[in-house]
Design a protein. Structure first.
Ligand SMILES: Cc1cc2nc3c(=O)[nH]c(=O)nc-3n(C[C@H](O)[C@H](O)[C@H](O)COP(=O)(O)OP(=O)(O)OC[C@H]3O[C@@H](n4cnc5c(N)ncnc54)[C@H](O)[C@@H]3O)c2cc1C
Length: 429
């Protein structure tokens, strides 16, 4: 049964713009019209774009989602799925439309021998909580786990295991997709494949993922994690490329962070292992060109689950300082491998630690493009690509700083695209 929250927005107030919108109140699920719910749906992790919807629906089932989509289409009301809201450019928002809050559909249905069936609004941390006790894990995880399965499958989902296993979208066995014709369609690589491939990395534009069957692999017990410091970007990139070619490490990433005298370059690599002795450091690190013992170097042995959840402490800290809630004018892109060091160096020459912001970080790591199989995920035409993520923060209440950051992102994105790179997650228009 529908429930309308009390608030300042009247459904009937939409009638002029969207004839037939009064029928919103008949939608199955919980309909939210109060100012607080609408304002929350007009915000995201970016805290820059704000599109106020007319209503938010918390559906009770996949059928409710399909029903709402059909109603919205017939009433010419734009509708959009929203996961955890960790986009940075309003991707899950819709001005004057209907936001479908998928986070209420978050059940883990079944953990099998090599797959798990989950609702589209389940967080990856929920997925792991169900699979790790069975000794199973998704092959690829994002650095941050408090985002939804539907949200990352709508963009791709990459992380330190991508060099070996591609994107999260490459490990989906089946999807249940709610569409504007009011149906929920089951699709997979061999069944209604057109819909399946359109929805994966489809940015929410081809239907709403209400349920997914995800591939699982045996989970390791522990992770030997290395954070090594490098003298410069070229040396870091050369070692990263070597590591992904040789395959000794399960996880390969890298960061560029402000240091005392400019940028500091770091490799983050992890080798997974069983409960016994970790693999020998000397063997793993042989031939690498890092600066042994440099400030910032860390080598530790972690439970696999703790390694995957390594962003939790940083999130808690940033929530405490308030920076988690500051504007995030992020830019993510894949650079063509052959030109990645020159391109990134040129971009960094014009990009300062002040541009990055106090808690900002730049991700820089290679992936093998042959490992990707998702048609919707645009990658450079190069056997190797480097993810370059400018994870920047802007001061709050400073519109000029945001305007500057967005203009800078646009110029950087143009340079990346004209060099054969592709944008990931969003296009900074
Ligand atoms: C701190 C942080 C760390 C991150 N780390 C990584 C990382 O390591 N690797 C990586 O690849 N990405 C990373 N991301 C980006 C993240 O994967 C994307 O922004 C993702 O889309 C967020 O998912 P969400 O649940 O918040 O979705 P939302 O932001 O709510 O929505 C994102 C898009 O997906 C659509 N959508 C949401 N749910 C569904 C659904 N069920 N069906 C169809 N469409 C849907 C929305 O309409 C929207 O277009 C990170 C983001 C943050 C904030």
């Amino acid at each position: 049964m529908s429930k309308e929250s009390t608030g300042s927005t009247e459904v009937t107030g939409l009638a002029d713009e969207f004839p037939g919108s009064a029928g919103l109140s008949g939608l199955p699920g919980e309909l939210l019209l109060d100012a607080e719910s609408l304002a929350a749906a007009a915000d995201d992790f970016g805290h820059i774009t704000h599109h106020l919807p007319a209503a938010v629906l918390r559906p009770g089932s996949g059928a409710d989602v399909a029903h709402a989509l059909r109603f919205a289409a017939s009433a010419c009301i734009p509708a959009r799925a929203r996961g955890a809201g960790h986009s940075t450019q309003g991707q899950g928002q819709v001005a004057g439309g209907l936001v479908l809050d998928l986070t209420v559909l978050r059940k883990i249905h079944d953990v099998g021998a090599d797959s798990v069936t989950v609702d589209g609004g389940a967080l990856w941390s929920h997925v792991l909580a169900a699979t790790l006790p069975r000794g199973l894990t998704p092959p690829v995880l994002t650095d941050y786990l408090e985002i939804t399965v539907g949200g990352t499958l709508s963009v791709g989902g990459v992380g330190g295991a991508t060099h070996r296993h591609g994107a999260q979208t490459d490990h989906v066995l089946r999807l249940d997709v709610a569409s504007a014709d009011g149906t929920v369609t089951s699709c997979g690589p061999d069944h209604k494949a057109d819909l399946f491939h359109a929805v994966l990395a489809g940015r929410g534009g081809h239907g709403v993922i209400v349920r997914a069957v995800l591939r699982l692999v045996p989970a390791p017990t522990r992770a030997r994690r290395f954070q090594l410091v490098y003298p410069d970007l070229a040396t870091l990139a050369a070692d990263q490329s070597r590591l992904i070619a040789e395959g000794a490490f399960d996880h390969v990433e890298g960061q560029i962070v402000p240091g005392p005298t400019g940028w500091t370059y770091r490799l983050e690599a992890a080798a997974y292992h069983g409960p016994g002795e970790p693999p020998g450091d000397a063997v793993l690190l042989a031939g690498l060109h890092h600066l042994p013992g440099a400030v910032g170097e860390e080598i530790e042995d972690l439970a696999y689950g703790d390694f995957l959840n390594r962003m939790a402490a940083g999130e808690a800290y940033l929530r405490q300082t308030g920076e988690w809630h500051h504007p995030h004018p992020w830019l993510n892109a894949f650079l063509p491998g052959a030109d990645a060091v020159r391109l990134a160096s040129d971009l960094l020459a014009d990009f300062t630690p002040a541009d990055l912001g106090p808690s900002g970080v730049i991700l820089f790591y290679p992936v093998s493009t042959a490992r990707f199989a998702t048609p919707g995920l645009a990658l450079p035409d190069d056997p190797e690509a480097f993810l370059l993520s400018l994870l920047r923060t802007s001061p709050p209440d400073d519109p000029d700083a945001i305007t500057h950051a967005l203009a800078q992102n646009r110029a950087i994105a143009d340079r990346i695209q004209s060099a054969g790179g592709t944008l990931y997650l969003s296009d900074p228009t």
